[in-house]
Ligand binder design. Structure first.
Ligand code: GDP
Length: 176
């Protein structure tokens, strides 16, 4: 009689980053394949869920969006202390949001459980040709220094969104 080890079937991932970088838009693109130009409507709860295929497994990804709560920095630890993954978002066209992303990574490294998968995510790639302020080399260097996964995405075009979530799910599953 073989014993099949219990596998965790759901993972918690938290979205962090400055207001306006596109956290809600990234969630909305991933969950509903929609984009709204002016303001991403609040999807409601800070907690959203989506299933993903990882190899032959179906895993549930519980996504915690801190949108609107950036001001309440003290709330953030509540989200990431129990997360297996964190997506730190910045706006490629706004350098100050990249500097803030560095702070988030520092905070995660100090406070999140060891081994939490951190993905650095530069959003608004569709605007980069004209308005890029954060060079890809700088982000790659930061990712290398801090041991992060790095992706550039556009919630508007959808570029990189699916693979961002797929990548983080695969890394989290691989850690088990
Ligand atoms: P949040 O505060 O981090 O949740 O940011 P939002 O999702 O509310 O996005 C802020 C603004 O940026 C909204 O006007 C979005 O339409 C816009 N936005 C978000 N993602 C993108 C993107 O990939 N490209 C472009 N051009 N605009 C975006």
């Amino acid at each position: 009689e073989s014993v099949i080890p219990a596998q965790k079937s759901s993972f918690r991932v938290v979205l962090l980053g400055d207001q306006g970088v596109g956290k809600s838009s990234i969630s909305l693109r991933f969950l509903r394949d929609e984009f709204h130009e002016h303001n991403a409507p609040t999807i409601g709860a800070a907690y959203l869920t989506q299933t993903l295929k990882v190899g032959d497994r179906t895993v549930k990804l519980d996504l915690w969006d801190t949108a609107g709560q950036e001001r309440f920095a003290s709330l953030a630890p509540m989200y990431y202390r129990t997360a297996q993954g964190a997506i730190v978002v910045y706006d490629i066209c706004c350098k100050s949001t990249f500097i803030r992303a560095k702070d988030w990574v520092k905070e995660l490294k100090a406070q999140a459980p060891p081994g939490t998968i951190i993905l650095l995510c530069g959003n608004k790639l569709d605007l980069a040709t004209e308005n890029r302020e954060v060079m890809i080399e700088d982000a790659l260097q930061m990712a290398k220094d801090k041991g992060l996964i790095f992706m550039e995405v556009s919630a508007k075009s959808g570029q990189g969104i699916k693979s961002t979530f797929q990548t983080i799910a695969e890394k989290v599953v691989a850690r088990e």
